[in-house]
Design a protein around this ligand. Structure first.
Ligand SMILES: Nc1ncnc2c1ncn2[C@@H]1O[C@H](COP(=O)(O)OP(=O)(O)OP(=O)(O)O)[C@@H](O)[C@H]1O
Ligand SMILES: [Mg+2]
Length: 291
């Protein structure tokens, strides 16, 4: 019987070590029978993470281990450093966020390229990234991971807001739910002005839930404003309405709503509606521009 495979280690100090890490990833991927594309994806993720270790922590180490989940073979890569750590991991994942004046795409692309990705980081202690690429993905990955999902709820009724918020969290549809209580507030939020001037206008919600009956600016006006602005033109908007009026419904579709749903009165029914909206708009739907 063969001895259990030992992890291979690559010390990371300089650019040449990144090439070594890539090579190690490719070799182990080939040994484990990963398809060529999967091996390339892993090698690319490895070089992003190795470059981060050198660029942001100075030095570290990467280990490569064969993985087996009872059904499929894979490769697990663990990168460790004792560098400064990452203060806000969620922010570090955001495309374009970089403390090094760089593209800020490394972490997010690495996560997309592998099947399993975990990062543990503590300020002053260091960072550990663990990622696995499988010969066959074991499950379909969500289009947008739950913790990253941002939903904007445009709703003036506090009761409905509370119910929707509870339903969205309970069904794990959203990682974060932001609220706008009238049409003006909604546009200020989305275009990062007025009371929301400090917001990053690029951090658009993945889904907008819009009530049609709103104070200040009606839901249909909000819809029109969002659909005529290039920045928000493509954000999925689901109208949640308490009216079953045919006129409202066609006006919403004509205004560019992606979907029109009647607000259930019953919480159990609401849970079901929210779950279906989430699985359609945030799991199955592949918006343009998504990598
Ligand atoms: N190992 C690490 N130690 C400390 N900070 C890190 C580490 N890895 C990433 N970071 C932080 O996370 C941010 C985002 O990383 P990411 O790889 O996405 O972008 P980047 O390295 O700045 O730019 P790019 O990879 O596109 O050249 C970094 O700017 C840095 O602040
Ligand atoms: Mg990077």
């Amino acid at each position: 019987m063969r001895a259990p495979p030992q992890p291979e280690r690559v010390a990371l100090h300089e650019d040449a070590d990144v090439a070594m890490a890539r090579k190690q990833a490719r070799e182990m991927a080939a040994d484990q029978g990963l398809p060529r594309l999967a091996a390339e994806a892993l090698a690319t993720a490895v070089s992003e993470i190795a470059r981060n270790v050198i660029a942001h922590a100075g030095a570290g180490e990467m280990s490569f281990e064969p993985a087996f989940d009872g059904e499929h073979a894979g490769v697990t890569v663990i990168a460790r450093d004792d560098g400064p750590g990452i203060e806000d991991v969620a922010r570090a994942f955001r495309d374009g966020y970089s403390t090094a004046n760089s593209l800020g795409m490394g972490l997010s692309s690495a996560r997309r390229l592998v099947d399993d990705f975990a990062i543990v980081s503590a300020v002053g202690t260091g960072t550990t990234v663990t990622m696995t690429k499988w010969a066959r993905p074991r499950r379909r990955r969500d289009a947008i991971p739950v913790e990253d999902r941002l939903i904007l709820l445009i709703e003036d009724d506090r009761g409905d807001e509370e119910l929707l918020r509870r339903a969205l969290h309970k069904q794990r549809v959203a990682g974060r739910v932001d609220i706008a209580r009238d049409g003006v507030d909604a546009l200020d939020y989305l275009f990062a002005r007025g009371a929301h001037a400090g917001r990053d206008p690029a951090a658009l919600p993945h889904l907008i839930l819009l009530d049609l009956k709103l104070p200040k600016l009606q839901g249909l006006e909000v819809l029109r404003a969002l659909r005529t602005d290039a920045r928000t033109r493509l954000v999925p908007i689901v109208v949640l309405s308490s009216s079953n009026d045919e006129h409202d419904r066609s006006a919403a579709y004509e205004g560019g709503a992606n979907s029109y749903v009647n607000k259930p009165v019953d919480f159990v029914e609401l849970l079901d509606v929210v779950q279906q909206l989430g699985s359609y708009w945030l799991t199955l739907n592949q918006p343009p521009g998504m990598r």
